[in-house]
Design a protein around this ligand. Sequence first.
Ligand SMILES: C[S@@+](CC[C@H](N)C(=O)[O-])C[C@H]1O[C@@H](n2cnc3c(N)ncnc32)[C@H](O)[C@@H]1O
Length: 226
Amino acid sequence: MQRARWINEYTKHHNLPAQYGEVPSRALSNFLSTHQLTPSEKAPQALDVGCGLGRNSRELARHGYEVVGIDIVPSAIEEARAITAAAELDTVCVFTELSSGDPLPFAPRAFDLVIDMMTLHSLNAEERAIYAGELLRVMKPGATFLLHTLATDPASTELIASNPGPEDGSYVLPETDMVEKVFTKEELLALFAGLECVSLKPQTRETTAFGSTFTRTYWIGGFRQT
Ligand SMILES: C[S@@+](CC[C@H](N)C(=O)[O-])C[C@H]1O[C@@H](n2cnc3c(N)ncnc32)[C@H](O)[C@@H]1O
């Protein structure tokens, strides 16, 4: 688990501007615009894995979901709670300090939707295996898993060559010592083989981090519990 490095991100570095704002992840906005709830529907239960300050959790709550956000950084969880209370969403959107690389304290089949907006790449192989197993356990039949994660691309190839990480497809970010893993399509399909892959598409775009703008490729995936 990379808790100490993520604590530094929130307390010292602030290298990832998007996660400090209220604009939700594009992958989530696109999902919500095409999966609208009917007004009479009972509030679906959502899990936001690696929720950070909770921008995506609150967006889900605004769209009618009851949400649990989990993250490993205590100050992020506290701040997520405060922002959510100020937005008067705290009755439907709660936050807990947990690692997605550990067994989760949720009941089997607890969630209709699980989102992972840029957290999977922080886990090591052992944590990913636990995570994939826990997803299968906590998702209801028919539930969706929405994934936004790093793909292999020219930028990651350069980073792997200059600062290789502990496993294939990983590198150490020189600015923060954070290890990131990039994924091939085959790796993601194998990791989440227990779920049905509905869609898994690469998306290349510019992203701002560490005070610079980079071109990176991401996987946007939708998986379904059968
Ligand atoms: C790039 S940020 C994205 C935050 C949020 N999903 C968003 O889009 O605003 C990744 C988040 O994952 C969290 N994280 C990293 N490893 C984690 C783990 N093992 N379990 C839970 N959260 C983790 C970090 O603390 C950080 O908040």
